[in-house]
Design a protein around this ligand. Sequence first.
Ligand code: SF4
Ligand code: SF4
Length: 152
Amino acid sequence: MPEHLCLTCALCCDGSVFSRVPVTEAERDRLRDRVEIFTKEDGSLRMRQPCRQLGADKACGCYEDRPATCRDYACALLRRLERGTVTEAQARGYVADLLAARSRTRALLAAALSETPPADLGLAMDRLRSTPPVDRHAAEAAEVHYTKGAGV
Ligand code: SF4
Ligand code: SF4
């Protein structure tokens, strides 16, 4: 089933794709003890990512009560899987490539920053730019996978 793909991924819940998710007042009241919600200057409500309800097994801890934004969201890859334009195996491969690329990027960033005083972020970024780029396949996977659409 396509939704099983998400249990190998969770990129739209763990802060990789979105830093916040719009919620309604009713959702805030329902979830206030289970997730972190803040009010923006314009009075609208947002739930912070990484989401506190995301489990180590990549399942949603409040699945039945999750906000409508979560319920309605499907990334480009999931939509392609549902349309049948990628196979389950291809989709899982894209997710695995992305997770590996994220790990490599984090390692590069950590290495660059550890060699540089935090105040000198420009130098750290120069070092990052001079390191080997994420491989092309992973970059293509990212292009297929990432999509904005939650209206944050
Ligand atoms: S980013 Fe896509 S595949 Fe990954 S958990 Fe979200 S909807 Fe599922
Ligand atoms: S409430 Fe559930 S579906 Fe929504 S971001 Fe959190 S873990 Fe993901």
